[in-house]
Design a protein around this ligand. Structure first.
Ligand code: GAR
Length: 192
């Protein structure tokens, strides 16, 4: 599991026994990530790989891939990981990286998807779970769930409702992923 932030999605995955049993390690690019504390409380091995310790994204991605591989993981789940992974990483786990994103991709890709949906004035945004490929936020889509934007929403209220959806959706899909019931066949998603 790779996580950069508060780790509420990571927590939802830790709380899912069928998923927890498969988590070899939590890796963060931020030493202060609350996600690391959640992992510690669950007695899961942890590592920090900082971008600043590397020359460029390729070097960072290579170290990250080594750390993930050394943990024994066969697949990678991004849970609020806020760094772009270069092909150096993606090629090491082809078709075996899942990501969750707080918008209905391809709308509002990138780091500030919740704010962007509000600024665009759309009535509906949502959650996307997708496999990761070379293009940021563009890999094959596994599932999408809509979340309406309501009057008076600010980034905080909207993100909280989005995360409520994430915490139900992601554990179910990651459960299927670790069981081998959710996988990529070429560019085609085969799912439960
Ligand atoms: C989640 O809402 C996730 O969808 C988003 O970061 C949040 C992390 O929250 N991911 C992205 O924006 C990826 N581009 P969490 O740390 O509490 O799970």
């Amino acid at each position: 599991m790779l996580a950069s932030g508060s780790g509420t999605n990571l927590q939802a995955l830790i709380d899912t026994a069928e998923v927890r049993a498969h988590i070899t390690m939590v890796v963060s690019d931020r030493p202060d990530a609350a996600a690391l504390t959640r992992a510690e409380e669950a007695d899961i091995p942890r590592r920090v790989v900082q971008f600043a310790d590397h020359l460029d994204r390729e070097a960072f991605s290579a170290t990250l891939a080594d750390v993930v591989e050394d943990s024994g993981a066969k697949g990678v789940v991004l849970a609020g990981f806020m760094r772009v992974l270069s092909p150096v990483f993606v090629d090491r786990f082809p078709g075996r990286i899942l990501n969750i994103h707080p918008s209905l991709l391809p709308a509002f890709s990138g780091a500030r998807a919740v704010e962007a949906a509000l600024a665009a004035g759309v009535e509906v945004t949502g959650v996307t779970v997708h496999f990761v490929d070379y293009q940021v936020d563009q890999g094959p889509i596994v599932a999408q769930v809509e979340v309406p934007i309501v009057e008076g929403d600010d980034p905080g209220t909207l993100h909280r409702r989005i995360q409520e959806v994430e915490h139900l959706l992601y554990p179910e899909l990651v459960k299927a992923f670790v069981k081998g019931d959710l996988y990529l066949d070429g560019a085609r998603v085969v799912g439960p």
